[in-house]
Design a protein around this ligand. Structure first.
Ligand SMILES: *Cc1c(COP(=O)(O)O)cnc(C)c1O
Length: 391
């Protein structure tokens, strides 16, 4: 059959058509009143998308750039920081913090699992300057208990900062940024926002701005205070990724429409969409006898599925690509070959979700697994129907 190229990867994700058109048509110069109006409108909308009253910064970078900024702006060499790690992105926090000379204390959970709050409580001494964690660990498909962690950090009565990499958490997971007291929350354009890679954003609390008055780690491009000053005038410190701002404006309009004109409702609808797609996918793969890699705390951003005994997940990934031109993600690092990952971030609908499961049945069958066609699809259909009647 004819093949359509489709991404099911947890970044980059499928592009919103109206955002692509907005980008393609965009020619504005960034030091103009017109662009300043777009910039300020996008920042205001992003506050609603993130769910915060804190300052929002949007930089031209991949997500890791702003992760780096969350280390350089908030720490001085020798500062004790607590890194919670349970996968490749947690390890990125560890590596970043070490690179800039922090004294890194680690709490690790095995890949596919999440943290013990008791262990965090025990290690959260008042001398910890910053806690770094992911909302959802994209490499394993696990969701971390940000609310529980925030309660411990805030409850400790110290001025410890909480920094959350929610690059795949935003738009897939309900997070009460200000209510829980998250000091810096980070996102990226190529995930739930349905636009290409190139923008990284964050919301920064007053407590975090105060910390920046005294921290000493060198920083230049990712100097958050400089960006805040420029943003107050509707500008960024350096040349912004102008066409991506146009795309982001269109994406936020789309999300607002999902909420019948209300962006906060639209954000909730986008999250509910990801949750339903994830639940359908989990039901489908499990009905085929496959196992989830993160069964105890599965994220709605991405579902990680263990390859069946004796099968390398690379062959499944290849099967999707060759048979259907569909791109699913292999395991990252040491997990390569063990699992494959299906994203639910952003622009996925019912047909994408059911179609991917039907394709999985074909891929496994072609590899010689005995598959009763319709098994995964039926399980997903039941989840969908149950959800539709419960509304
Ligand atoms: C995608 C992603 C990042 C950022 O990766 P970049 O390639 O730098 O955009 C960071 N953390 C998580 C959890 C991610 O999923």
């Amino acid at each position: 059959m004819l093949l359509k190229n489709r991404l099911f990867t947890p970044g980059p994700t499928p592009l919103l058509p109206s955002a692509q058109t907005a980008m393609a048509a965009f020619t504005m110069h960034h030091r103009t009143a017109e662009f300043r109006a777009l910039f300020s409108r996008v920042i205001a909308d992003m506050k609603e998308f993130i769910g915060t009253n804190n300052d929002v910064l949007i930089l031209a970078a991949s997500g890791t750039g702003v992760m780096e900024g969350a280390v350089t702006n908030l720490t001085s060499p020798g500062d004790k920081v607590l890194v919670l790690t349970a996968g490749k992105f947690g390890e990125r926090w560890r590596d970043l913090a070490k690179t800039f000379g922090c004294a890194v204390e680690l709490i690790s959970a095995p890949y596919g699992q999440t943290f013990s709050l008791d262990e965090i409580r025990a290690k959260l001494t008042p001398d910890v300057r910053v806690v770094y964690v992911q909302a959802t660990e994209t490499s394993t498909g696990a969701r971390h208990d940000v609310q529980g962690i925030a309660k411990l950090v805030r409850g400790a009565g110290s001025d410890t900062l909480l920094v959350v990499d929610a690059i795949t958490g935003l738009g897939t997971t309900h997070l009460d940024v200000d209510g829980w007291g998250i000091d810096v929350i980070i996102g990226g354009s190529q995930k739930a926002l349905m636009i290409p890679p190139g923008l990284a954003y964050c919301a920064v609390s007053e407590r975090a701005w105060q910390r920046m008055e005294t921290t000493k780690t060198p920083r230049y491009y990712f100097d958050f205070r400089r960006e805040r000053k420029a943003a107050a005038k509707g500008e960024s410190a350096y040349t912004p990724a102008t066409s991506l701002f146009a795309a982001l404006g269109a994406a936020l309009d789309f999300i607002r429409q999902m909420g019948a004109g209300d962006l906060v409702d639209g954000r909730k609808a986008l999250i509910d969409n990801a949750e339903l797609a994830a639940e359908m996918t989990r039901a489908g793969v499990q009905a085929l006898g496959l196992k989830l890699f993160a069964p105890t705390a599965p994220a709605s951003a991405v579902t990680a599925v263990l390859a069946p005994e004796g099968i390398d997940s690379s062959a499944i990934v290849k099967g999707f690509r060759e048979k259907f031109s569909a791109v699913v993600a292999n395991g990252q690092g040491e997990m390569k070959g063990q699992l494959f990952r299906i994203a639910h971030l952003g622009y996925y609908d019912y047909l994408d979700t059911v179609g991917l499961l039907a394709a999985l049945e074909q891929v496994l069958s072609a590899m010689g697994r005995s598959v009763e066609f319709g098994t995964a699809v039926r399980a997903a259909q039941q989840v969908y129907a149950r959800n539709a009647t419960s509304r």
